[in-house]
Design a protein around this ligand. Sequence first.
Ligand SMILES: Cc1cc2nc3c(=O)[nH]c(=O)nc-3n(C[C@H](O)[C@H](O)[C@H](O)COP(=O)(O)OP(=O)(O)OC[C@H]3O[C@@H](n4cnc5c(N)ncnc54)[C@H](O)[C@@H]3O)c2cc1C
Length: 480
Amino acid sequence: MSGSEINVSHNRSRFPNGSEIVVVGAGAAGLAAAWTLAGRRKDSKCRVRVLEASDKIGGRMFCEKVDGFHVYSGASVIHESFATTRELARELDVELRQSPKKKGGQSYVGDRFWGLYVGGSLKQTLQTLQTLFFSPQHTLSGNLEFMRLFAMLRKRAKDLDFEDHTRMLDLDTGESFAEFARANSLTRYLKQAGELDLNCFTAGSSEQVGAAYGMALLWLWTINPATRNYLPKQGISTFANALADSCARFIQVSTRVARITIEDGRVRGVVTTSGEKIEADAVICATTASTAARIIPESLGELRALLEQVSYSSCCNVAFGLNANILADGSHAALFPSESPSFLTMVTNLAAMTPDAAPSGKTLVHALIIGKHARAFFALDDGQIVGRVIEEMRRFFPAMPERPLFARVYRWPEALCLSPGGMLSDMHDMRTRPHKHMGGLFLAGDYTRLPSLNGAIKSGVEAAEASLSYIAEAEAAKLR
Ligand SMILES: Cc1cc2nc3c(=O)[nH]c(=O)nc-3n(C[C@H](O)[C@H](O)[C@H](O)COP(=O)(O)OP(=O)(O)OC[C@H]3O[C@@H](n4cnc5c(N)ncnc54)[C@H](O)[C@@H]3O)c2cc1C
């Protein structure tokens, strides 16, 4: 159904006891908005209704329990600088624990894995030195470029922050991270480490990711060894499920919004794909940017055009329950650079960080396939994908069994927002510039901030606060 075919007439008298706020989408942003409206601001007297297109709650942070394993489909890690997320966890009584200082990973280069460990055993430190000096991927000039980038980013450390990206807007020059690296003679560092890190963090490439976003990701997740992650004992699912449960009573699943309606410059409600018309005094659109561009009215042409420029990567995340760890001891991830002979990009064992995510003695491993390989997989059924991934993993991890305890496939055609050059500034302008003709419509979602779980959650909280202020102002105006 195209948006322009829908003609709605609304009956305002349906809501005599308070204003109605409709949230479109029950991902992190939509749930954070609903929690703010109904949990944190119980006194607001607004009624909240969350409409979710799929039959699952959580969007890209959906988690499920499978045979005692706490499996995540998308987001898995909460960074130290996710202040809004950590505050929300505290309100939901979810205890977050700092990750151990020890970190470790391996990259497949040539025909073997090379390890990089922080704070590990003497053997692991020696392996790290061996990697830095003898791995074909690492060169002296690449290591020197890394140190130069470290010094550059350290100068801006206080601005590189997932909580408040407004201090790094000057770094969002319109360049991609690859262009920034070329302009600053950092291409050998990019080839030896930066590109692969960005592949893993965004499922995209340095050509697709904006310079400012790339700097923040690299500094916060890898380059600055001082920063840590925070997770519940059983992994992110404890947080995701607590948030979903706190909002469950407002959520209507399997309800896809076809159009948000605006009349006389003010939001009137939404229309679902089944033709149901739902009135609202305010609407928080908490979908991806591409969906938002499709469901907001055509009259908001400038905004639609901006939303259409937001780009996403694709990935396929395949989870396996296993009887034993298949990665090297002390290693949370095995990485495969794009030139390696595999379609895998990353295999993680986060259970090493959150041992209670798997039943005692067992482990949970996720394989990530990105870009064109992921898109080719989308045409296959789950059984075919699982079969191919197991076969591939057995080439590199001899302990990978032919028959895991279980496997789950999660397909993300829009996986991670790539925040291309200029997007942070454009989105900042969009949020701060008052838009005519869209009274009561608020946009939330990771794309409106520095893309991350925290960006999504913060956008939901702020959209909820803004919608309450809008309604209060409208009520006050009626009384004048
Ligand atoms: C594999 C993977 C790993 C990740 N790892 C991390 C990580 O470790 N740390 C981190 O910070 N971030 C991570 N992310 C990113 C993080 O998951 C997202 O930034 C965040 O969850 C986005 O939340 P959102 O609410 O903005 O969007 P979404 O989660 O996409 O929510 C949008 C919701 O809207 C619904 N919807 C869409 N269209 C309609 C419609 N027409 N009507 C009604 N509902 C609709 C969707 O079904 C969905 O539930 C990862 C993402 C992926 C895919």
